[in-house]
Design a protein around this ligand. Structure first.
Ligand code: COA
Length: 261
């Protein structure tokens, strides 16, 4: 167990669970929370014993209820840009994290909390999860990549609808539009998320890293560049022991034991 002010990290069975814990404010993101999340991810990045990460919010009510409105209320044009940039950079590091990151959303994922969930690679929602981008009701717009990333996930029309109405959507609706990968009973949220992360973590770690890199690079580049990168990464994997192990295990009808090398 590794703790900082608002975030704790627990590693068990090759899965790191990063829990945002500022329950009195529904886990709202102030600069310290953002820094603590960043530090937690940096802490497990190079840990070969960690094969997947679960990001969640403490308590029964919220994943994260947004950026801290108390802090935002005091922003000037200059600090506003800085706050937005800082959040964007931390979320970008999560999106480009070399290990799979699964968000476990058991309550409100609003504003920056919704953007944080979207920056993760997969989202498991409990039936109590609520997603929304209510910023325009506060006179601002999503500033942690929400106007950019949501449309890539659910399509421009649905993203525009969520951003312009500011309405919350249910877990069921989130799954319908591709915002949530899976909806589970509330009491089973962590267990089912661990199961999914565990299934992913059984696969070859370098292959997982390269698959993420190829897919996330592809949505930001031309078909030509993306396919060239895919071929390069595909070929690069021939240098790994894990490729030999994975194929040998198949041929020998046994389960592969990957080392991440
Ligand atoms: N920033 C700062 N504080 C927040 C917060 C946020 N984004 N979201 C919740 N809180 C605080 C509340 O101010 C309250 O603090 P207090 O007890 O000191 O007054 C505490 O968390 C509990 O929230 P409360 O509003 O009493 O809970 P609720 O169950 O009645 O409502 C929400 C829950 C999520 C609907 C409501 O808190 C809300 O609308 N939050 C803001 C969501 C938002 O606009 N996020 C985007 C920000 S850009």
């Amino acid at each position: 167990m590794n703790d900082n002010t608002y975030v704790r990290t627990e590693v068990r069975d090759s899965i790191a669970t990063v829990t945002i814990d500022r329950q009195a404010k529904l886990n709202a993101l102030n600069p310290q929370v953002i820094a603590d999340i960043d530090a937690a991810f940096a802490g497990v990045r190079g840990d070969a014993g960690v094969r997947a990460v679960i990001l969640t919010g403490a308590g029964d009510k919220a994943f994260v209820a947004g950026a801290d409105i108390g802090v935002l209320a005091t922003m000037t044009p200059r600090t506003g840009v800085a706050v937005s940039r800082e959040g964007q950079e931390v979320l970008r590091r999560i999106e480009r994290f070399p290990k799979p990151v699964v968000a476990a959303v058991g309550g409100y994922a609003l504003g920056g909390g919704c953007e944080l969930a979207i920056a993760c690679h997969l989202r498991v929602a409990s039936e109590r999860a609520r997603f929304g981008l209510p910023e325009v009701g506060l006179g601002i717009i999503p500033g942690y990549g929400g106007t950019v990333r949501l449309a890539r996930l659910v399509g421009l029309g649905r993203a525009v609808e969520m951003v312009l109405t500011g309405d919350m959507i249910t877990a069921e609706r989130a799954a319908e539009i591709g915002l949530a990968n899976l909806v589970v009973p509330h009491e089973e949220l962590m267990e089912r998320t661990r199961k999914l992360a565990g299934r992913i973590a059984r696969n070859a770690p370098v292959a997982l890293e390269m698959a993420l890199r190829s897919m996330y690079e592809a949505v930001e580049s031309s078909m030509e560049h993306a396919q060239e990168l895919e071929s390069t990464l595909f070929g690069l994997l021939a240098s790994t022991d894990d490729m030999r192990e994975g194929m040998a295990a198949f041929l020998e009808k046994r389960r592969a034991a990957f080392k991440g090398e």
